[in-house]
Design a protein around this ligand. Structure first.
Ligand code: IMP
Length: 228
C-alpha cells in the first residue's frame, strides 16, 4: 500500500512486537487492517479488540480497495481468503470475517451464501419471508438454526490465526423486531423468548457469533503478540 494513504490512528498510537524471534529482532505490527467496509462491524470490532492496544483500521481508512473472490467452501476458508488477499496486497496484518445463518431443516442453507441468498440486492423482508414460507408447518424441534462467524488474521510473516463463534437458536414464525440486521428478525432465541432483532445491541454483542469469534481472536492475538 502507498505510505501517504495511511490515515492517522483513531486509537492510542502503540506498537506491539512479535514474541520469540530467534535473532532477537521483532516484527513491528503498527496496526491491523480489518477487511470490511461495514462501519457497524468496525465499531463492534474496535470495542472488543480495544485492549490489545493496536489500532484497527478499515480498508477504507487504510485507502485500500480490493476485489476479493470468496470461493471458499466454509466460513473459515472465506475469512482466510479475505485476510490473506489483503495481507499480500499491503504487507500488513489483516483481520477478516465471514458469517451467515445455517438452518438445519434446509441442510445448512443459506450458510456461506447468506448475503447472496435470493440476490444481494433483495431486501431482507423478502428473504426472511421466503425462509419462513420454506419452514411453514415445520414443528419447533425441527426449526433449529445458528449464526456462525469465522474470523481470520493473516500476519505479515505468513502465520494465520482463526477463531469460530456460533449463536444457537431457531427460526421463528414471523418477522419480529427492529434491531440488528439481516436475518435477525426471524432468529428466535428460546431462552429470551424473542428474536435477535428484539434484544439490545449490547446484549447481542455479548451473545453473538461475531462477539464470541472476536473474543476468541483477541485471546489468540494476545498469545502471539507481546506488549512493548
Ligand atoms: P458477511 O459476513 O458480512 O458476509 O455477512 C453474511 C450475511 O450473513 C449477512 O449479510 C447476513 O445476511 C447474515 N448475517 C451474518 N451475521 C448476522 C447477524 O448477526 N444477524 C443477521 N444476519 C446476519
Amino acid at each position: 500500500m502507498i505510505e501517504s494513504q495511511k490515515k492517522p490512528w483513531s486509537q492510542p498510537e502503540r506498537c506491539l512486537r512479535r514474541r520469540g524471534r530467534k535473532d532477537g529482532q521483532s516484527d513491528m505490527i503498527e496496526r491491523i487492517i480489518f477487511a470490511t467496509g461495514n462501519e457497524d462491524k468496525m465499531r463492534e470490532i474496535r470495542m472488543i479488540l480495544a485492549d490489545i492496544g493496536i489500532p484497527i483500521v478499515s480498508m477504507r481508512e487504510a485507502g485500500i480497495q480490493a476485489e476479493i473472490v470468496e470461493d471458499g467452501k466454509s466460513f473459515e476458508e472465506n475469512a482466510v481468503i479475505k485476510a490473506k488477499t489483503v495481507m499480500k496486497l499491503t504487507g500488513e496484518a489483516v483481520l477478516a470475517d465471514d458469517s451467515g445463518l445455517q438452518i438445519d431443516y434446509l441442510d445448512g442453507a443459506p450458510g456461506i451464501y447468506s448475503a447472496r441468498f435470493m440476490g444481494e440486492s433483495t431486501s431482507y423482508d423478502v428473504k426472511n419471508t421466503a425462509l419462513l414460507e420454506k419452514l411453514e408447518g415445520v414443528p419447533d424441534e425441527k426449526r433449529s438454526a445458528r449464526f456462525v462467524c469465522a474470523i481470520a488474521c493473516a500476519l505479515p510473516g505468513g502465520e494465520i490465526l482463526t477463531s469460530l463463534g456460533t449463536m444457537e437458536g431457531r427460526i421463528g414464525y414471523a418477522i419480529r423486531g427492529e434491531n440488528g440486521f439481516g436475518y435477525d428478525p426471524i432468529f428466535f432465541l428460546p431462552e429470551y423468548g424473542c428474536t435477535s432483532a428484539e434484544i439490545s445491541p449490547e446484549k447481542k454483542n455479548e451473545l453473538s457469533h461475531r462477539g464470541k469469534a472476536l473474543r476468541g481472536m483477541r485471546e489468540k492475538l494476545r498469545a502471539v503478540l507481546g506488549e512493548k
